[in-house]
Design a protein around this ligand. Structure first.
Ligand code: F3S
Length: 369
């Protein structure tokens, strides 16, 4: 309660409001480190229990494949973290796409801490959440409330910047590049992005993740929207901007990555189906790690497609993603991905070179050209 009240004071919020769900980030031992483990243990020891439906972000390994490859001390620390959440009644979800498990109601209030999911929830699902930190999301989970400010208030959800995208975006990489490009320019302003009316939810997910990776914007708006736009600040995005951003997210041009990774943010059921179709009758080349990351929920829903993908040599991993796993311990130095967010973070968080390309090109590379 002290965390929530202090947060409310900082943002001049007058009251706490009930939330439907909480989503806690900072679960991976790689990004969390040692110090917060004691904080989690103290909370669990003192009887802290989630009062609302609460999910958690990916951790540093999946239960089967990577768990066997990582050193015992890393596994031990990670399991100790997960144990505290279990003791607090939190679902062992370990995914950054909690909206596939339980799609929030329109206009519902949430306390979510994964930035990609925050932008997606506000922009695509029309739910209301600020970008929480791990501790404030956990505090909100235990109390069942969050301070009323920011994205919870209608006046802060109005668009302030009009974004004109020069031509229709072709694939998930271009949606991600748009997010990376705009995130750097917007600060925390809400943009109205023209031309997204027919975009798929999977492409909007890429845009959400990338926008949050380079900026503090928690929401974008799409047409149609009943707002006067003539006095808004304007940003024009040309094909050159998209091409340059895409190029900047590839740090090498080799076609022999150590890892081909699809699933940032975690794959939807339609993405899993598409990958299964493209993997039919193919075999991954030896010496290349090939991962598709998704949630346990989606994996269970798509058993046949998962089997088809795994027959090709890809590993369909749950609970984990490349960015928060210990790829450097596994000797992975070059990562190919269709995710602009992963390409943005991997050089620092994974100490890896990156190649950004659409899923079809990633799969072609995984299958040997
Ligand atoms: Fe999710 Fe990991 Fe990407 S947490 S958004 S798959 S960096």
């Amino acid at each position: 309660m002290k965390i929530l009240v202090r947060l409310g004071e900082l943002f001049e919020s007058e009251r706490l409001i009930p939330i439907d769900s909480a989503h806690v980030s900072g679960i991976s031992y790689k990004t969390l480190g040692d110090a917060p483990i004691e904080f989690l243990e103290t909370l669990a020891n003192s009887g802290g229990k989630a009062k609302v439906r609460t999910t958690i972000n990916p951790q540093s390994f999946d239960p089967k494949y990577l768990a066997k490859k990582l050193p015992a001390n890393i596994r031990g620390k990670q399991l100790r973290i997960l144990k505290q959440f279990e003791r607090m009644g939190v679902a062992p979800s370990s995914t950054c796409t909690p909206y596939y498990l339980d799609r929030p109601r329109r206009s519902s209030h949430l306390a979510w801490a994964e930035s990609s999911a925050v932008v997606y929830a506000n922009s695509v699902l029309d739910a209301h959440t600020n970008r929480e930190g791990g501790p404030s999301a956990l505090a909100a989970a235990i109390i069942g409330k969050t301070p009323n400010y920011g994205m919870h208030e209608a006046e802060n959800r109005r668009p302030e910047v009009l974004v004109d995208v020069w031509k229709p975006l072709r694939d998930e990489v271009e949606f991600g590049a748009l997010g990376i490009h705009l995130g750097k320019m917007l600060g925390d302003k809400v943009p109205l992005i023209q031309g997204l009316r027919h975009a798929s939810e999977d492409n909007l997910k890429q845009l959400s993740a990338a926008l949050a990776a380079t900026g503090m914007t928690n929401m974008f708006r799409r047409e149609p929207i009943d707002t006067e736009t003539s006095r808004m600040e304007k940003i024009n995005v040309g094909s050159k901007d998209i091409a340059q951003t895409t190029k900047s997210l590839s740090t090498v041009s080799t076609q022999k990555p150590d890892l081909v990774f699809i699933g940032c943010p975690h794959c939807s059921i339609t993405e899993v189906k598409r990958i299964a179709q493209m993997s039919e009758g193919k075999k991954t080349r030896s010496g290349t790690e090939c991962w598709v990351c998704t949630s346990r929920y989606i994996k269970e829903m798509a058993v046949t497609d998962v089997e088809r993908i795994e027959r090709s040599g890809f590993h369909v991993l749950t609970d984990v993603c490349t960015v928060v796993s210990w790829t450097e311990v596994l000797g992975i130095k070059t990562i190919m991905t269709n995710s602009a967010k992963t390409a943005h973070y991997a050089p620092t968080l994974n100490k890896a070179e990156t190649i950004l390309a659409p899923v079809s090109v990633c799969l072609r590379t995984a299958f040997g050209g």
